[in-house]
Design a protein around this ligand. Structure first.
Ligand code: ADP
Length: 456
């Protein structure tokens, strides 16, 4: 009520002024009623004029942008201006705070890898983040306020949105590519809908790979098991001679060995995937590894091939001995298995520019058609299934080699020509190669086909 005193003072001042005017009029005219009328009218007019001027100042300020502060005044008008200005500033501050919170909230949703899309009651897009725009092939600005079903025309999506039964998510192809989306709709407010989309391409691919893998493993194991149970039945039901029984036992042993090799390869793969990357400080002598690999290869070849498998490299590789041995052995035994009798198999080592090193296994065998090469390191991928199985292959060898090389920071490169032979190269990074003397390079121009990295 601080404004009341100035107001009373002003009223008194106006009354005094009116009184003075009244006294002056009475002295001049001698008429009491005229003096009273003019005195009162002057007092009231003075009050009204002062109020009009002060009110107009405040009104002018209110009509403007209110950037500067309200007109400073005393009494009622001053108090009114101050209160109005404070209410406005409070409202502006609350609005700015609300806007900031909304922006932060929207940036948080924007940062989400999941798509978020808001629809109004008529399915018009109210807002969407970039992930949703990407999933549904929308333009977040241009497509705003458009009806979603005019833009995303996939019949499954339109039907799902319009059916209104959102308890189960919808699985849909990605609007921009071959991927897969999982879409969930939630209703909120007055008929508004929130469409959440999640890119599950990787998950779907992994599930398919796992299914394929289980199917492949089951198939690989079922085949020798079927053969074994057939032999067991034969032994039980047919009277076999000793020679026949010995023959059956040899065949049964072969099938058992096949299963053992398969299980061993599967365990190796699982171990490679589950264990940490080999450190760069455990050094393994390459020549020692090659000697061991050569002994097995010579036994497998049984003098059917010309083998040059033991170059004196004087090199040490940083990594895990069993893994390196497995990678090299897989390549060399493959070379023996896929090279017809009389062919040649050679292992060479050379140091590349920058200090990295390359171990090459070269054969003059069957060779591989170009279209198969990028797929060779897929699990269970075989160019010729029957030859692979006949020679004891599991279809996992090159997959193991690729994993070992990846874990050692290197790569597997494959060159091959049908009828001429193949060159499998293991390239080790400089940090994992340590050598005493450089070894002469191998013959680089043996194959015309370009190298294809097996790292896919
Ligand atoms: P497998 O156990 O069948 O040999 P791998 O993963 O070791 O499985 O090899 C995959 C396929 O690559 C083989 O089935 C074979 O067709 C082909 N392959 C591998 N090495 C050679 C080679 N040196 N010469 C010709 N073909 C090869």
């Amino acid at each position: 009520m601080a404004w009341l005193l100035p107001r009373l003072l002003l009223a008194c001042l106006a009354a005094l002024f009116g009184f003075v005017i009244g006294v002056a009029v009475r002295a001049a005219t001698g008429l009491d009623s005229l003096a009273l009328g003019l005195g009162s009218a002057t007092g009231v007019s003075l009050l009204l004029i002062v109020d009009a001027v002060r009110g107009n100042r405040l009104l002018n300020w209110l009509r403007g942008t209110q950037q500067d502060s309200a007109p400073r005044d005393t009494g009622l008008w001053g108090e009114l201006g101050y209160r109005v200005e404070r209410a406005m500033r409070d409202r502006d501050r609350a609005l700015a705070r609300g806007r900031l919170e909304l922006e932060q909230f929207l940036s948080a949703i924007e940062a989400s890898p999941n798509g978020v899309l808001m629809l109004d009651i008529k399915e018009h897009i109210v807002w969407c983040n970039h992930a949703a725009a990407d999933h549904f092939a929308l333009d977040p600005k241009r497509d705003l306020h458009q009806r979603i079903t005019n833009l995303v025309r996939a019949p499954a999506f339109v039907a799902y949105l319009q059916a209104g039964r959102y308890s189960e998510p919808l699985v849909l192809g990605n609007g921009r590519g071959p991927g897969t989306l999982s879409i969930v709709v939630r209703e909120y407010g007055d008929g508004m809908r929130l469409v959440l989309s999640l890119d599950i391409t990787e998950r779907v691919r992994n599930e398919a790979m796992r299914r394929d893998f289980v199917a492949n493993v089951s198939h690989e194991i079922r085949t020798p098991l079927t053969v074994l149970s057939g032999f067991i039945e034969t032994q039980q039901n047919l009277p076999l001679t000793t020679a026949e029984r010995d023959r059956v036992l040899v065949l049964m042993t072969q099938q058992t060995q096949r299963m053992q090799t398969l299980v061993a390869d599967l365990l190796t793969l699982a171990q490679l995937e589950g264990s940490p990357r080999p450190g760069p400080d455990r050094w393994v002598g390459l020549d020692g590894l090659l000697l061991r690999v050569a002994a097995d290869a010579e036994a497998l070849s049984a003098h059917r091939h010309t083998l040059r498998l033991k170059p004196a490299t004087g090199v040490e590789l940083a990594g895990i001995e069993s893994e390196l041995l497995s990678a090299i052995a897989n390549l060399v035994t493959n070379a023996v298995r896929y090279t017809p009798d009389g062919g040649e198999i050679e292992v060479t080592w050379r140091v590349l520019e920058g200090g990295s090193g390359e171990l090459a296994v070269v054969d003059t065998g069957l060779g591989i058609a170009r279209e198969h090469i990028p797929r060779l390191t897929e699990r269970f991928y075989r160019v010729d299934g029957s030859r692979s199985r006949e020679t004891g292959g599991t279809g996992l060898g090159l997959s193991i080699v690729k994993h070992v090389m990846q874990r050692h920071g290197g790569e597997l490169l494959i060159q091959s020509e049908v009828g001429k032979g193949s060159r499998f190269r293991l390239v080790f990074p400089a940090a994992r190669v340590r050598h005493a003397n450089d070894t002469p390079l191998g013959d680089e121009a043996a194959f015309s086909g370009g190298a294809i990295s097996a790292d896919h």
